[in-house]
Design a protein around this ligand. Sequence first.
Ligand SMILES: [Zn+2]
Length: 165
Amino acid sequence: MKFCLECAAPLKEKETDGFTRLVCTASDCTFTFWNNPTPVAVGLVRLGDDYILARNANWTEGTFSMISGFIEKGETPEETIKRELKEELGLTANQLDFIGHFKFDMMNQLMIAYHVQASGDIELNEELVEFVRVPHQDLKRFDFGNLELSKHIALKWLRNNHASC
Ligand SMILES: [Zn+2]
């Protein structure tokens, strides 16, 4: 971002409270670009004995990850997961268990991750081009490619729920 959203004057970097922020250069404007991370809800989807991972239409071949989506105004992360699961995979989310929250610095996002017990028949929408069914015992070895955060989330779930996986 280069220009102030309030008055269109140029922005400049300024150190405040230990953070480097963009502030407006106009003397009569107090605009600060806070650049807060965007919350994203992420679902590690389990359907029967398998985990369902999908490839986004914008991703290179061989790249699969969990279902994720931006949280809409007024939604809880759980509601986002339920909505995204229905929209993108045609599945119903029956039970959600919180895995944790994870920083995704590269995208300035805060990932809020859940394990999702789902049911239904998979029907991909246009955002996804393919999916894989990973037997639950193979998830630990699944290659998420460059999606290290996805792997990290999956492994955290497996570590915390050893008995059921
Ligand atoms: Zn301004």
